[in-house]
Design a protein around this ligand. Structure first.
Ligand SMILES: Cc1ncc(COP(=O)(O)O)c(C=O)c1O
Length: 381
């Protein structure tokens, strides 16, 4: 029996996308590959809503995040970065370990800092090179809801604006050109609903200029090499993960067939159904109202519930996979990836399976969760 993969990545992948991986190998230095890569780049630009250069790495999201650091940050460069979870912390630590100097705008997990704290950080520190932000903090289900204002701040101060959109791009608003994002990073296995292993990055003209003039002393994630090979031949410098490129290409086609606006609306409706349904079962959302993610639903366990027992029952008896918490949140929250293919079926099957597990555990569940969630899914197939 098939699993319902309600993880914050990897997520459910359609048969059409899976089948695209079964094509035969081609020469990655041939017209066949050039046609595939061109098609991927054009579609990626549409999904990112950008005319910027695109590089597609054969790596998971971490590789693309690392590329955004090693190609832009040099020793003693000052970087402002909000930190309110595992992925913000990882990114800030990476920047520091690479020789940059982070100015961390911390906030409690589940909350975003006040926007004014960024203005203060910029006023207090001169010569800031870049602002890096994790748009959707996957570890806590928290979305930075004022990315557009941060973009404006960066434009006014002449600072590079870099966004880790790994767990959100394709499922919520992110018009890269409108928001002047210099480097935008995502990955295949989340809202784009492809298998893991492909990570696209968009790079603005001014970030590209910097990268061409200051290439890093690394090989695989050296973006100058990618620009060179693309401009000369529409190729990648190193052997691309061909089956995954085919799958990613098909996944992009599905995104564009649905249309970005409709896709974002669907994610919003499914998230609202999850929050409403789970709340009526007695699970309170972890993130504050104004910071709640439409892609990662993190809720607090009810009193006395055991993470392992709950998630084991859910996966073994109902084949529904959800994630636990990270670090301090381990055992305290569980997280549902409501992304990619997510629709009414996924939401209602997940909720009813959770209700059944609660029943097995002898915990009361208000049966109204069903109609409460369904109402939010009105119009969603
Ligand atoms: C916000 C964010 N950044 C980076 C990563 C790392 O991505 P990957 O696990 O694909 O390397 C993740 C993974 O969940 C993430 O959620």
């Amino acid at each position: 029996m098939e699993n319902l993969v309600m993880l914050p990545g990897p997520t459910n992948v359609s048969d059409r996308v899976m089948n695209a991986m079964l094509t035969r190998m081609i020469n990655h230095r041939s017209d066949d590959f050039r046609a595939l890569y061109k098609s991927i780049i054009e579609k990626t630009q549409m999904v990112f809503q950008t005319m910027n250069d695109i590089v597609v790495l054969s790596s998971s999201g971490t590789g693309a995040v690392e590329a955004s650091v090693v190609n832009l940050i040099r020793r003693k460069d000052k970087v402002v970065i909000p930190v309110n979870g595992e992925f913000g912390t990882r990114l800030a630590d990476l920047i520091d370990s690479w020789g940059g100097e982070t100015i961390r705008v911390n906030s409690p997990y589940g909350q975003n800092p006040d926007y004014s704290e960024f203005e203060e950080a910029f006023d207090k520190n001169k010569d800031i090179k870049a602002l890096y932000a994790v748009y959707n903090e996957t570890s806590t289900g928290t979305t930075l809801r004022y990315l557009d204002k941060l973009s404006q701040l960066c434009s006014e101060r002449g600072v590079f604006f870099v966004v880790d959109a790994v767990s959100i791009l394709g499922g919520d608003e992110l018009p890269v050109d409108k928001w002047n994002v210099d480097i935008c990073v995502t990955t295949s296995q989340k809202a784009l609903a492809a298998p893991p292993g492909v990570s696209p990055i968009s790079i603005s003209a001014r970030a590209k200029k910097y990268m061409l003039e200051n290439p890093p002393p690394t090989q695989y994630f050296n973006l100058k090499r990618y620009f060179k090979y693309f401009e000369a031949n529409f190729e990648t410098p190193f052997t691309p993960a061909l089956p995954l490129f085919n799958a990613y290409n098909e996944a992009l086609a599905l995104v564009l067939e649905e249309g970005l606006d409709k896709r974002i609306e669907r994610h919003k409706a499914c998230a609202e159904a999850f929050y409403a349904g789970l709340s009526s079962m007695g699970f309170s959302p972890f993130a504050r109202d104004n910071a709640r993610s439409n892609l990662v639903i993190a809720v607090n366990y009810r009193q006395g519930m055991n993470d392992k027992t709950f998630r084991d029952l859910l996966s073994q008896q109902f084949r529904v996979l959800v994630a636990g918490g990270f670090g301090n949140l381990k055992g305290k929250v569980f997280r549902i990836g409501s992304m990619g293919e997510v629709n009414k079926y996924h939401v209602m099957r997940t909720l009813s399976s959770i209700a059944s597990v609660m029943n097995i555990l002898g915990l009361e569940v208000n049966s109204e969760y069903n109609s409460i969630a369904l109402k939010r899914l009105h119009g969603i197939v």
